[in-house]
Design a protein around this ligand. Structure first.
Ligand code: NAP
Length: 548
């Protein structure tokens, strides 16, 4: 089908006072945007989705680095809104690879006929609330201009990459890549001297695979991270059949846990257990693999003594796995466990026993510059053919602030969030009517299994819009008082945890100049769901609904 010319295409004309072009615009076509489109269609809305990538998938479209894989069990990291979908799809491994998750999302897009309302390779650059017309005016990088009553940001929590800003990068003669924006055609490391900057989840997954292929791999580490063996394996057919038979029940059970996952939560605090019992619990979770170390003791994330016990256990494992005691010491983290995202690996620590792998500790000697033939740190130049930047993301607020969002009176989101993000439940904001954020700052988001967190938001937003339209008061806005009360509660709960004590992306510490603030809600998924349900039960308490 031919693309309509600029003159014929309604998305390229500026709109006046006429009815909005769409009922809703959704930004992003990852897990959140796809389901949002589906739900809004179900309640009868005309929707346009804009997606920066050339296909669906969001995170799973861009993060194609070697070893990219989810750290949540595939049977849980999937939609539950359609029983037919969850019965017909077959995951192959405990932790799905990026290509498998992408295939799943492509299947979802086909199955629910979603692509026809998605405009790919299009970045939303502006979203401005037009108070006179009571709609959002959206602009995109290809010149489209359109209006919509509702604007829903499904932009993801980890989608704005932290671009390398090292001196001299432009004169590097080799090739360099960021794990979060990996070439679709792949990268060959054969025979190359490779350097990787960063030791977060993306690096920890890719290092063993790059080391196996490269001539030499140099790992530049600023802070060591805790990583647990993933113990990935093909899914056992009988166990999987049992899960599918009881899917609904298991999904409900997961929603009762703080992280929204099926991991067993230890009901005992560390000091309620004997040293032997503590050891058994730690060993069992290490052997089982996955992120269940988060719940090894009830108080592991709030009590530094409980945390020390788990952290010391992992450091002991590192000493067992890494042959060179000096390298083992450098790989041993000294921060609280869990207040930076715990990583999962396959043979990460063992990789440092290989003769072609070198660890360079840059904690006291930051990268000075990238040279034409490598990288200089601590006065030493490391000769490299390829540099991999696994330096993470401008998390949670970055994707939203990359769009020029303006609410009532032309007030920018940037101004509203100058001292850190503020929102009501991570869903909506005072001064920004009819704008919703899926898994926005101050919702549990990245501290839970993301897919159920997304589904809960999508369903809440769709029900809210449906209610507002049905009662003839389609304009909905969070009140300042409700937002203040939520943020006060959010901050109070966070202050009782160990999260503020770590330099992590949860607090924005990885991006220079970012206000330091625990950004996800730390009160757990059940408490959050309860609050969202109470808001609805009390007639959308904390929101103002008006006719225009
Ligand atoms: P990350 O956890 O933020 O790690 C970035 C790494 O780069 C850190 O080691 C950081 O050091 C280092 N770094 C950043 N800027 C640097 C600089 N200027 N000089 C030297 N080192 C620098 O990023 P990520 O590994 O991409 O992971 C981000 C999140 O994505 C994860 O926490 C996880 O939630 C998600 N993720 C999940 C999976 C999965 O499901 N398995 C896989 C990948 C990512 P510092 O620690 O000192 O800041």
């Amino acid at each position: 089908m031919a693309t309509p010319s600029t003159r014929e295409n309604p998305e390229h004309r500026r709109h006046s006072a006429a009815a909005p072009d769409f009922d809703a615009v959704v930004v992003g076509a990852g897990f959140a945007g796809l389901y949002m489109l589906h739900r809004l269609r179900e309640i009868g809305l005309r929707v346009r989705v804009f997606e920066r990538g050339g296909g669906v998938g969001g995170t799973w479209y861009w993060n194609r680095y070697p070893g990219a894989r989810c750290d949540t069990d595939s049977v849980e990291y999937s939609y539950q809104f359609s029983e037919a979908l969850q019965q017909e799809w077959r995951w192959t491994e405990r932790f799905a690879t990026q290509p498998e998750i992408l295939r799943y999302l492509e299947h979802v897009a086909e199955r629910f006929d979603l692509r026809r309302d998605i405009r790919f390779r299009t970045t939303v650059t502006e979203a401005r609330f037009d108070e006179g017309a009571g709609c959002w005016r959206i602009a995109t990088d290809d010149g489209a201009r359109l209006s919509a009553t509702y604007c829903i940001m499904a932009t993801g929590c980890l989608s704005a990459v932290n671009r390398p800003a090292f001196n001299g990068l432009d004169r590097f003669a080799g090739e360099w890549h960021h794990t979060g924006d990996w070439p679709h055609e792949g990268v060959s490391f054969a025979g190359k001297r490779v350097g990787i900057v960063g030791t977060g989840s993306s690096a920890i997954q890719s290092i063993p695979l790059i080391a196996a292929e490269a001539r030499h791999l140099t790992v530049f580490q600023r802070q060591a991270n805790y990583t647990i063996p993933a113990r990935n394996a093909p899914l056992d057919a009988a166990k999987y059949a049992d899960i599918r038979a009881r899917y609904g029940e298991l999904r409900q059970e997961a929603k009762q846990t703080p992280n929204g996952c099926w991991w067993p939560v230890n009901p005992a605090a560390a000091d309620e257990m004997s040293p032997l019992e503590q050891r058994r619990e730690l060993e069992a979770r290490w052997e089982k693999g996955g992120l269940r170390m988060y719940n090894v003791f009830k108080d592991v994330l709030v009590n530094d003594k409980a945390n020390d016990i788990a952290a010391a256990f992992i450091r002991e494992k590192i000493r067992e796995l890494v042959h060179d005691p000096q390298v083992a010491a450098q790989l041993s983290p000294h921060s609280f466990i869990g207040c930076k995202r715990i990583c999962l690996d396959t043979d990460y620590y063992e990789t440092f026993n290989r003769p072609n792998v070198t660890l360079v500790d840059i904690s006291d000697a930051p990268i000075e510059e990238i040279t034409q033939s490598g990288l200089r740190t601590g006065g030493t130049e490391h000769a490299l053919d390829t540099i991999v930047f696994a330096i993470g993301f401008d998390a949670m607020t970055g994707p939203l602030l990359s769009i020029d969002i303006r609410g009532r009176g032309g007030r920018t989101l940037k101004a509203k969030w100058a001292d850190g993000p503020r929102s009501y439940l991570g869903l909506a904001m005072e001064g920004f009517p009819n704008l919703f954020t899926i898994t926005g700052p101050s919702s549990p988001s990245v501290l839970t299994n993301m897919v159920p967190a997304i589904e809960q938001h999508v369903e809440w937003i769709a029900a809210c819009i449906d209610h507002a339209r049905a009662c003839g008061r389609p304009c909905i806005e969070a009140s300042r008082a409700a937002e203040d009360a939520w943020i006060a509660h959010h901050d109070e709960v966070a202050a009782g945890t160990l999260f503020p004590g770590c330099n992590s992306w949860y607090v924005g510490a990885n991006v220079a100049g970012k206000p330091r603030k625990v950004t996800p809600y730390t009160g757990g998924f059940p408490a959050y769901i309860e609050k969202c349900e109470a808001v609805v039960a009390h007639g959308y308490e904390g929101f103002t609904l008006t006719a225009a």
